[in-house]
Design a protein. Structure first.
Length: 294
């Protein structure tokens, strides 16, 4: 049973390794795989991370440049592929043909505290037949009936739901059935909600993170934080993790549409031109007015 749980987690990790493949992902049919994937997460979820299993040509090229600078990444990939091979999973034959659409992992609830113990992974694979063949190889899965047309399985402290080419993986069966209900009856993350959260961020980033903050900030535990005007104004956030010639590139966006803020209420002072920095250093920080931060 522990072997099965390892494989399920390793499958999710190994999907990110498909980033080295060139070419952009494409979907078949009229539905958008990303929209389908996000519909399983609650609209007010505070955290969802998506990983492109087949990114744009530009992102793939940048990743190869990063691997040249950090050989440890290649060693890590080789070690994981070897481990999968030991338990009967061939990465090139069993996993790579399934890649193409993004994998999402996130909070299945609307509470940041709950994410410490619970999680949800959702993925629309490219081939339903090959996905079922892979599940048969895992072993240790116990059939647990069906829900909303999906087949349910349990395995050593984890739960799965499979419907067509879509697979859901969570810690509890309750999280699986709730996700299936959201997808079937509404209440999941919408395309417009996702687009607003990542608006203005690099469109071809391999990794994207976003979430809603209104629910998390409305709890009694966040009462003190809400006394800060810009914190109380936060509604959502989006961030991307990509690659550049010099290393990792992180971009983020905060939506403070909850209230109107004055310039003095912002956490960082702004002006038309950025602050000057010393060139040639590995890390450079420029602050216009440090007194506004403190």
């Amino acid at each position: 049973m522990r072997r099965s749980l390892f494989l399920l987690v390793a499958v999710g990790v190994a999907l990110a390794m498909a980033l080295s493949a060139c070419g952009s992902s494409s979907s078949s049919g009229s539905s958008d795989p990303l929209q389908t994937t996000l519909s399983y997460f609650p609209a007010q979820t505070p955290f969802v991370l998506t990983v492109a299993t087949k990114p744009s040509a530009r992102a793939a090229s940048q990743e190869r440049q990063l691997e040249q600078r950090l050989p440890l990444l290649n060693f890590g990939k080789a070690a994981l592929i070897s481990r999968l091979q030991q338990v009967g999973i061939n990465y090139n034959q069993d996993l790579k043909p399934l890649s193409g659409n993004p994998v999402a992992i996130g909070d299945p609830s609307t509470s940041i505290q709950a994410f410490r113990n619970d999680f949800l992974i959702a993925w629309v694979a490219k081939d339903a037949g090959k996905l079922n063949a892979l599940l048969k190889k895992l072993g240790g899965l116990t059939a647990a009936g069906s829900h909303d047309g999906a087949k349910l399985y349990t395995a050593s402290g984890a739960a799965l739901g499979v419907t067509g080419a879509t697979i859901l993986f969570a810690k509890s069966m309750t999280d699986i059935t709730s996700a299936l209900d959201r997808h079937a009856h509404g209440g999941g993350v919408t395309p417009s909600q996702y687009s607003d959260a990542v608006s203005g961020l690099p469109p071809d980033a391999a990794i994207r993170i976003f979430g809603e903050l209104a629910g998390a900030l409305s709890t009694p535990q966040a009462a003190q934080a809400r006394r800060v005007p810009w914190v109380a104004a936060l509604r959502s956030y989006g961030a991307t993790l990509g690659y550049s010639n010099s290393g990792l590139a992180i971009n983020f966006r905060l939506d403070t549409g909850g209230r109107t803020l004055t310039q003095s209420q912002l956490p960082f002072a702004t002006r038309a031109t950025p602050a000057s920095v010393v060139s040639g250093l590995p890390i450079q920080v420029g602050i216009v007015d440090p007194s506004q931060i403190f």
